[in-house]
Design a protein. Structure first.
Length: 435
């Protein structure tokens, strides 16, 4: 029987529910090339306006996940996957993958490149010379089995229908829909075959979700749908009003990750990584409680085992392992610096993550389109964070750049990203947890 796409669109236009069979037929027909983009877009707008209930969302997510190949691991291995909704200076994946593996849990991570002002894990790791970030399915699975962890770019063979829907959402005004965002994220996780998921839902100026209410809705929906699909899951809502850590930029964030893995590094980066690791260890069964997970992961950072695991990962993926002991020599560095100074005494009351991210993108450290080439050497260093006491002429930020033209394009963002006031309100880094 031929799938009637017009009736399918009209049903959601009129606020009615789709059955599992209808949603599966829709995705099957899309994958066969039987539905033009304009009709897929019409359905996306109908779903954007009228929503999908949890049963519809579960079946839609499953259909997307099974539209291509899937990875499968035995459930008893309890492999955990982690997803961040994206932020500025968010180098947590670089720390978490080797940290959790060093604690005895297996972890697999399929990541994408960054787009716009949010940096991508793949871009950061590709700043390490020789690093292979495009493993085959066999290489990926074998590496998880041999050293306990692997990070690779998304395979187009996994959940290919989701990629088609994502591109259309991006150009049809249907991106900010919590059900459609949830289906996009969870379908890729489901295709990746992990036992459970840790979602880091960012909230603030540098995040997709600016509003705490919307962040809570997304965090809850990610947990609800993942559980309906039989997965263990935790969402942690974290602050992205100011960038995470001290450095923003691809190779610079690798350096900071190595510092944290060495038991040092900025306190906020360390705190977030330990919090997320504790939940992941609890989900995998390696820790009986969150508190035990914190204790185990703290020890792995401080005794060198997490750093050793990162070295194993780099060697396994053909990267230059000298980056562990001599990151400044191995990683690319920008040729010039420019200082941003405080104009008064007081307290740093604003450090806008979005503007810092846009400043880095203007330097060449981010993309406007997926075809853009990234300069891994450019960076912005945050010498102070919100709440720090400042004196006039103190250096607030350092810009590391290669071209004067790009510096000029970056300065309008960076010069507006900060404010020094008589007082400052410090936001919590860990806002809430949804289980």
């Amino acid at each position: 029987m031929t799938f009637n796409v017009i009736e399918f669109i009209e049903k959601k236009r009129d606020g009615l529910r789709h059955s599992e069979k209808e949603l599966q037929a829709f995705i099957n027909t899309v994958m066969l090339g039987g539905i033009p983009d304009y009709q897929i877009s019409a359905w996306l707008m109908a779903a954007f306006l009228n929503g999908l209930d949890d049963d519809e969302l579960m079946h839609f997510t499953q259909a997307l996940a099974h539209s291509g190949e899937t990875l499968n691991y035995p459930p008893e291995e309890r492999i955990i996957d982690k997803h961040s909704t994206g932020g500025v200076g968010d180098k947590t994946t670089l720390v978490l993958i080797p940290l959790v593996a060093a604690c005895g849990s297996r972890i697999s991570k399929l990541s994408g490149p960054g787009l716009g002002y949010t940096g991508g894990t793949i871009d950061k790791l590709e700043s390490i010379p020789g690093m292979n970030m495009h493993l085959t399915e066999t290489e990926f699975r074998d590496q998880v089995n041999s050293i306990g962890c692997a990070i690779s770019g998304h395979s187009h063979k996994l959940a290919p229908a989701e990629g088609k829907f994502y591109k259309l959402r991006d150009v049809t005004g249907t991106v900010p829909s919590i059900p459609l965002i949830t289906a996009s994220i969870v379908s890729k996780k489901l295709a990746g075959g992990a036992y459970g998921y840790l979602f880091d839902v960012k909230c603030g100026s540098g995040a997709f979700m600016k509003d705490i209410g919307e962040a809570r809705k997304l965090a809850q929906k990610l947990v609800d749908i993942s559980k309906k699909l039989g997965k263990v899951c935790v969402s942690v809502i974290t602050d992205m009003e100011q960038p995470l850590g001290e450095w923003v930029g691809n190779s610079a964030e690798v350096c900071e990750a190595i510092e944290v893995l060495s038991g040092k590094g900025p306190s906020d980066t360390r705190e977030l990584c330990l919090t997320l690791a504790a939940y992941m260890l609890n989900m995998s069964g390696r820790a009986n409680t969150f508190e035990e997970g914190l204790k185990i992961s703290s020890k792995a950072l401080d005794d060198g085992s997490a750093l050793k695991k990162f070295e194993e990962l780099i060697i396994a993926q053909k990267g230059d392992s000298a980056v562990i002991s001599e990151p400044e020599k191995v990683l690319p560095k920008a040729s010039s610096t420019y200082d941003i100074r405080s104009d008064r005494d007081g307290y740093l009351s604003k450090l806008d993550a979005l503007l810092v991210g846009e400043g880095l993108r203007a330097l060449g450290g981010g993309r406007l389109t997926q075809e853009d080439t990234i300069d891994p050497s450019v960076a912005i260093r945050l010498l102070h964070k919100v709440g720090d006491k400042m004196s006039e002429d103190d250096v607030l930020l350092k810009i590391y750049y290669n071209q004067e033209k790009q510096l000029r394009e970056s300065l309008p963002y960076v010069e507006k990203c900060w404010k020094v006031s008589d007082s400052a309100e410090i936001r919590k880094l860990i806002i809430d947890t949804v289980r």
